[in-house]
Design a protein around this ligand. Structure first.
Ligand code: GCW
Length: 729
C-alpha cells in the first residue's frame, strides 16, 4: 500500500514535471486537458464517438478524434450507431452512415475536401455530426471540430460548412537530397532519404497530421534549386518517395517532386533537354509513366527554370511555355500538374523587378490547362515589404499560383519574432484592379476573378529536424497561418494568430491578448528596423543575416543593396515611374496612376517606386530623412517593448518555451540595433544631415559596420549548401 502510494506520488511528480517541460514538438495539436469549466461545458456534448468509415483516412480521423478528445476532455466512449446517446459525435460520409444521410445536410457546398459540422437531433438524442463528401473531408472536419474545443468556441449549436477556396495547397520543401535545407533555419531535412524506403520515421506521420490539420493537400519534397535533385527522379529514389507518399495518402496529401529541366541529360543519357526535341519529350512521357507506376497518386512537378543558374528551355531558344507544356503533356494522362515558377532572373539590363512579368506575360493563354505559373508574392524576392507581383491580375488566361516564403530568409530566420500572417493578408487583400475594384490578389489566386479551375498556393517550408520543427516556437505560427490562409485566403490574420496562441499556449485572455498584439505588430517592426518605406534587398552578404546598404559588389554592378536603394547625397529610392524603369506600367492603369505620384503612393512603398530627395515632405510633415531614421529607431524600440511584454508573461508559459523565446528576443534586439545603426551610419554618410530629436547617433562609425563579418546564425547548415550561392544574392 505504502509502496503503491509512493509510486503514485512519484508518477504525479513526473507528470507535473513533464507537463511543464514543453519542447514544442506537439505544435498546435497539443490536446492538453482543458480547464475544468470548459470540460464541464463540452464533455456532455462530446462523451462518445461513432466513426462510420473504414478506410485508412477514416482511421486517421478516428485516431485524431480519440487522441484529441482524450487529451482535452477525457477519453470518450466508442460506440456503434445503434447505441448512440446524447453527447455522441457521429463521424462519416452519408454513404457510410445512413443516419448521417437521413439528415440531408448541405454537403454540396463542402466539395471534395470540405466538411459540415452540425448539431442535430437523432432519435431524440442530441448529437454532433462531422461529415463530408469524402473521407478526407471528414478528416478535415475532425481537425476543425477539435480546433473549436482548443479555442473554446461554442459547440452546442454547430452549423458550419467549409470548403477550401484554393485547389492546390502546397508546402514546398527546399530540402536537398543530402538533407541540408536551402534557407532552412531549423536543422536538417526531416526526410531521411538514406533510411528510405526501408524505414519511415514516425515524425513523418506527425508532419502529415500537422499539414492535414490545416487542410494542406500537397507537399514538394525536393528543392527546385541545385544539381542533386535530378536523382530523385530515378527509380530507386522514386521508391523512397513512394514510402513517404504512403504515409501522406491517408491524410489527403499528395507528394510532388522538383523536376530539373536538364534531367533527361543527367539521368537519361540524352544529349539535349530541348523541350521541342522528340526524344526529350518521349523521355519525360516515359518518366511520367514510370513515376505513376510507382506513385499512383503523384501530384506533379515543381520547376525552377532559367533562374539563378538553373537550366531551362531558354538554353535552347525556347520559351517558358514550351518547357512547361512539354512536362504538362507528359503528366496530363495521369492527372499530374506542373507548377512552373515565375521567379526568374538573369543578368539583363532590365529593372530586376520587371523581369518575371516581362518574361511570362507574352505567353499568357499559351500554357496547358494543367500548368500553374507560380509567382512569389512580390516582383522581387520575398523582401520584408514589396508590392504584389503584377503577374497577379496581369495574366488573365493563365492559372497564376501564389508562392509565399514561410522560412524567414529575409525576416530574421528562426531568431526574430515575426508573424507573417499580416504580410500575407496584406498581399492577398491588395487590389489589382484587373477588372476594376474587387479584383484582389485573393480573387486571382482563388480563381474566381478569371474563372480559373486550377488554383494553387504554396509556402516555402520552415521546418526541419529541430525538435520544435521550426527552430523557434513563434515560427510555428507561420506554418499554421500559411495553412489556414491556403484553405481560406479571406481569413483574418489576427483571428488566425488568436487561434494559434490558444492552441499552442493557453486560452487565458491575460496571455492571449498581449501575445496576439506582439505578433500583429511584429512584421511592421521588422520592416522598420530593416527596410522601411519600401526599401528592399539591403542585406550584407550571401547569408542575408545583417545589414549592408553600402554593398556594391565589385564586378557585379547590379542586384546588390546599392542597386536597390540608389541612395546618394541627393536622396534615396528607385524611380520606377515613366522617368525611371517604368515598372509601374506592369500594373493595371488605376494602380499605375496611383504609383506614378509620390503623393498618392502608399507611404510604406514610397522608396520602392520613387527616388526622392532627403528633404521630401512626408504626410506627417516630417522630412523623408527624419521619417526614415525615426522608423529605423522605432523598430528597435518596438523590439524592446516586445521583450518587456514577453518577460511579463513568464507565469503563463512553461520554462522551455519561455526561455527560447526570451533568448531569441534578446538576440533580435541586438540584431535590430545593428540594422538600425549600420543603415543610419551609411545613409547619414550620404545625406550629411543631423539625426532627428530623440534618436542617438550610431554606436560606431560607418567603417566599423562595413568591416563587420557577421557569423552565420546557428542551426542552418543548408544555408550555404546550394551551388550558385555566391552568384545569386
Ligand atoms: O530568395 C532566393 C533564395 C534562394 C532560393 C530562391 C528561389 C530556392 O535566396 O535560396 O532558391 O529565392 O526562390 O528560387
Amino acid at each position: 500500500m505504502k509502496r503503491g502510494l509512493f509510486f503514485a506520488g512519484l508518477c504525479a511528480a513526473v507528470v507535473a514535471v513533464c507537463a511543464q517541460a514543453e519542447d514544442g514538438y506537439d505544435l498546435w495539436l497539443r490536446y492538453h486537458p482543458l480547464e475544468k469549466a470548459a470540460v464541464a461545458r463540452y464533455r456532455p456534448l462530446a462523451s462518445a464517438v461513432v466513426v462510420a468509415g473504414q478506410s485508412p483516412t477514416a482511421a486517421a480521423a478516428r485516431e485524431e478524434l480519440l487522441r484529441g478528445l482524450s487529451g482535452l476532455l477525457g477519453r470518450p466512449e466508442t460506440l456503434e450507431t445503434q447505441f448512440l446517446h446524447s453527447g455522441t459525435i457521429l463521424v462519416g460520409t452519408p454513404a457510410q452512415s445512413p443516419v448521417i444521410a437521413a439528415l440531408k445536410l448541405p454537403l454540396a457546398k463542402a466539395g471534395d475536401e470540405g466538411f459540415v459540422l452540425r448539431s442535430a437531433t437523432v432519435k431524440g438524442k442530441t448529437v454532433t455530426v462531422i461529415t463530408g463528401n469524402s473521407d478526407v473531408g471528414v478528416l478535415h472536419g475532425t481537425f476543425a471540430y477539435l480546433r473549436l474545443l482548443q479555442t473554446r468556441q461554442p459547440i452546442d449549436h454547430l452549423d458550419v460548412i467549409s470548403a477550401p477556396k484554393i485547389k492546390l495547397r502546397m508546402l514546398d520543401h527546399w530540402d536537398n537530397v543530402d538533407r541540408t535545407i536551402e534557407r532552412g533555419y531549423a536543422g536538417f531535412s526531416i526526410i531521411n532519404w538514406f533510411e528510405l524506403p526501408g524505414h519511415v520515421s514516425p515524425q513523418f506521420k506527425d508532419y502529415a497530421r500537422a499539414n492535414a490539420s490545416l487542410g494542406l493537400n500537397g507537399t514538394v519534397l525536393t528543392n527546385p534549386s541545385g544539381t542533386s535533385f535530378a536523382v530523385a527522379l530515378t527509380e530507386p529514389w522514386l521508391k523512397k518517395s513512394a514510402a513517404l507518399a504512403a504515409v501522406m495518402r491517408p491524410y489527403g496529401i499528395k507528394i510532388y517532386l522538383s523536376a530539373r529541366f536538364s534531367a533527361p541529360m543527367e539521368i537519361g543519357g540524352l544529349k539535349t533537354a530541348d523541350p521541342l526535341d522528340p526524344a526529350v519529350r518521349q523521355w519525360w512521357k516515359d518518366k511520367a509513366d514510370e513515376i505513376y507506376r510507382i506513385i499512383p497518386d503523384f501530384g506533379g512537378f515543381l520547376v525552377k527554370a532559367n533562374s539563378e543558374g538553373q537550366p531551362g528551355p531558354q538554353d535552347y531558344g525556347r520559351s517558358h511555355a514550351d518547357g512547361a507544356n512539354m512536362m504538362a503533356d507528359a503528366l496530363a494522362p495521369h492527372g499530374g500538374i506542373v507548377l512552373w515558377r515565375a521567379f526568374v532572373y538573369s543578368l539583363k539590363p532590365e529593372d530586376r523587378v520587371r523581369q518575371a512579368y516581362s518574361e511570362f506575360k507574352p505567353y499568357d493563354g499559351q500554357f496547358r490547362d494543367n500548368v500553374v505559373v507560380q509567382s512569389k508574392n512580390g516582383p522581387l524576392d520575398f523582401q520584408p515589404r514589396e508590392p504584389f507581383s503584377p503577374i497577379f491580375g496581369g495574366m488573365s488566361k493563365t492559372s497564376t499560383g501564389m508562392e509565399f516564403q514561410i522560412t524567414k530568409e529575409y525576416l530574421g530566420f528562426e531568431i526574430h519574432l515575426v508573424y507573417l500572417g499580416t504580410m500575407w493578408q496584406e498581399v492577398l487583400r491588395s487590389e489589382t484592379y484587373a477588372k476594376g475594384p474587387g479584383s484582389s490578389v485573393a480573387r486571382v489566386v482563388d480563381g474566381s476573378l478569371f474563372d480559373r479551375k486550377l488554383t494553387s498556393i504554396a509556402g516555402a517550408s520552415n521546418i526541419g529536424t529541430a525538435r520544435n520543427w521550426c527552430g523557434s516556437i513563434f515560427d510555428q505560427a507561420n506554418w499554421y497561418a500559411f495553412g489556414r490562409l491556403a484553405w481560406d485566403p479571406d481569413l483574418d490574420a489576427k483571428a488566425i494568430a488568436e487561434e494559434w496562441v490558444k492552441m499552442t499556449f493557453t486560452s487565458d485572455p491575460a496571455f492571449v491578448s498581449p501575445v496576439v498584439a506582439m505578433m500583429m505588430g511584429s512584421r511592421e517592426t521588422a520592416v522598420d528596423y530593416m527596410m522601411p518605406f519600401g526599401l528592399a534587398h539591403q542585406m550584407a552578404t550571401s547569408h542575408h543575416y545583417g545589414p549592408g546598404p553600402w554593398v556594391n559588389n565589385a564586378g557585379r554592378a547590379d542586384w546588390n543593396p546599392v542597386y536597390y536603394n540608389r541612395a546618394d547625397a541627393g536622396g534615396i529610392g528607385v524611380d520606377r515611374t515613366a522617368s525611371g524603369s517604368n515598372a509601374i506600367e506592369q500594373y493595371a492603369p488605376a494602380l499605375a496612376k496611383q504609383f506614378a505620384d509620390p503623393a498618392t503612393t502608399p507611404e510604406n512603398l514610397l522608396l520602392w517606386f520613387h527616388h526622392l530627395p532627403w528633404s521630401y515632405r512626408m504626410a506627417s510633415g516630417a522630412t523623408l530623412w527624419d521619417a526614415l531614421v525615426s522608423h529605423y529607431d522605432g523598430g528597435v524600440k518596438q523590439v524592446a517593448v516586445m521583450q518587456t511584454q514577453w518577460a511579463a508573461l513568464k507565469p503563463y508559459v512553461d520554462e522551455e518555451r519561455f526561455t527560447i523565446t526570451n533568448d531569441f528576443l534578446a538576440m533580435q534586439k541586438d540584431n535590430a540595433m545593428l540594422w538600425r545603426d549600420a543603415s543610419i551610419a551609411y545613409f547619414q554618410s550620404l545625406s550629411g544631415l543631423p539625426l532627428p530629436n530623440g534618436v542617438s547617433a550610431p554606436a560606431q562609425p560607418l567603417s566599423y559596420y562595413e568591416a563587420l563579418r557577421l557569423p552565420f546564425a546557428p542551426g542552418s547548415p543548408g544555408r550555404t549548401a546550394a551551388p550558385f550561392r555566391e552568384e545569386r544574392d
